[in-house]
Design a protein around this ligand. Structure first.
Ligand code: C2E
Ligand code: MG
Ligand code: MG
Ligand code: MG
Length: 284
């Protein structure tokens, strides 16, 4: 519908864009109270050692249990929370929840695994980030070596010098650092060697068509080779098929994460998976 705005002037009106904007505004309004209304949930997705099949880590992924919309994907609300700053309290809540959960699994006697938590650019900018994280680890009694923080290159590039300094402080605490969605950002190799990270995560977009698209295969191969020569550990995201798993395993990718192994699940579901895994180990 084009609305006439005086002689010869038309304003273009696109119902689809308007509807998207409406949805975003409505979500943003409700997002403000969502944490207090206890509508946020943390789901956990396993990371698997591609040689041994062991569950080595879990990634904490936030979801919004909306009263009418159901489970809302972080792809919908994380960008909003990053834009308006809500990601700062939300990210802290996810971290605290994930660390407490990790400690609870340890106390229940499950084998040690890393807890991986995503950190956004806005959080990296917070002057009290390192103190906040130290405080959360103390409160939840989780050893820093079991916590891994995932950052993207684009988040680091916002304020490069300061970000590197922050990462070094976090590394100093004994926390592990991973570069998330690797291959999609600026990927300046010059910066890469300055980041005190111990792990690269190959982005899902390359893994997705690794068998059908030679370019994706070439990028994945190159990332694996790069990680090896820099002595970094390497995880592939978004493994959905046995063939993708085989391809990556044969090339020496250390870890994998994806629907082939498990979708992100609530803590109780992961506890069940851990129970059945340890039983399998006992039987073998
Ligand atoms: P990410 O950190 O790269 O997380 C991996 C995403 O890939 C997750 O999406 C996960 O569900 C999805 N995934 C894993 N395996 C597969 C697969 O085999 N197939 C497909 N199609 N997808 C797979 P999710 O949970 O929707 O999260 C999307 C993004 O939202 C995350 O990407 C991360 O950037 C952001 N996010 C999620 N939770 C948090 C959080 O607590 N804090 C921050 N700052 N960002 C978060
Ligand atoms: Mg991640
Ligand atoms: Mg990722
Ligand atoms: Mg990704």
């Amino acid at each position: 519908r084009a609305q006439q705005q005086g002689r010869g002037q038309y304003q273009f009106y696109c119902p689809e864009i308007a509807a998207q904007l409406q949805e975003r505004l409505a979500l943003e309004n409700e997002l403000y109270g969502a944490l207090e209304r206890q509508e946020m949930r943390v789901y956990y997705q396993p990371l698997i050692d591609l040689q041994s099949g062991e569950l080595t880590a879990v990634e904490a992924l936030v979801r919004w249990q909306h009263p009418t919309l159901g489970l809302v994907s972080p792809a919908k609300f994380i960008p909003i929370a990053e834009a308006n700053g809500l990601i700062v309290p939300l990210g802290e809540w996810v971290l605290r929840t994930a660390c407490a959960q990790s400690r609870a699994w340890q106390l229940a006697g499950f084998p040690a695994m890393r807890m991986s938590v995503n950190l956004s650019a806005r959080q990296l900018e917070q002057p009290n980030l390192v103190d906040m994280i130290r405080q959360v680890l103390a409160e939840t009694e989780l050893e820093p070596a079991y916590l891994e923080l995932e950052v993207t290159e684009s988040a680091l590039m916002v304020e490069l010098e300061r970000s590197i300094d922050t990462l070094k402080q976090l590394q100093g605490l004994g926390i592990l650092l991973a570069l998330d969605d690797f291959g999609t950002g600026y990927s300046s190799l010059n910066y890469l060697k300055q980041f005190p990270v111990s792990l690269l995560k190959i982005d899902r977009s390359f893994v997705q068509d690794i068998l059908s698209n030679p370019d994706s295969a070439a990028v994945s191969d190159a990332i694996i080779a790069l990680a090896k020569s820099l002595r970094l550990s390497i995880t592939a995201e978004g493994i959905e098929t046995e063939e993708q798993l085989e391809y990556l395993r044969q090339r020496g990718c250390h870890e994998g994460q994806g629907f082939y192994f498990s979708r992100p699940v609530p803590a109780a579901k992961l506890t069940q998976m851990l129970e059945s895994c340890s039983q399998q180990v006992q039987v073998a």
